[in-house]
Write a protein that binds this ligand. Structure first.
Ligand code: FES
Length: 106
């Protein structure tokens, strides 16, 4: 069981209606399965979220505490993102970051 003290990253998969229809739920399940099978990702919490109001850019995936909002996610990009988190890369997935929320905007 993941304890609050162990959580270092939180990844949220939009499963609002539009993103759900574009594979949001399947990507969340894929991510959870990868996290469950990867000890190095034990501090990553995987969740679903409702619509984040970027439906036309979805499926949307949000990563915190970095504040990255990824658009047009796919299962392949989900795997790359998790690999990037596992390896502690600074830029987790260049190319489809819709925007980054700065601390001021949070
Ligand atoms: S349903 Fe995902 S952003 Fe609206």
């Amino acid at each position: 069981m993941l304890t609050k003290a162990k959580i270092r990253h939180h990844i949220l998969f939009c499963t609002g209606n539009k993103c759900l229809g574009k594979g949001g739920e399947e990507m969340k399940i894929l991510a959870q399965n990868i996290v469950d099978a990867t000890p190095e990702l034990s501090s990553l919490l995987v969740s679903k979220t409702g619509c984040v109001n970027m439906c036309e850019s979805g499926p949307m995936v949000l990563l915190y505490p970095e504040g990255y909002w990824f658009s047009d996610m796919t299962e392949g990009r989900t795997k790359l993102l998790l690999e990037s988190i596992r390896e502690n890369r600074e830029a987790p997935l260049p190319g489809n970051v819709a925007f980054v929320l700065t601390p001021h905007e949070r």
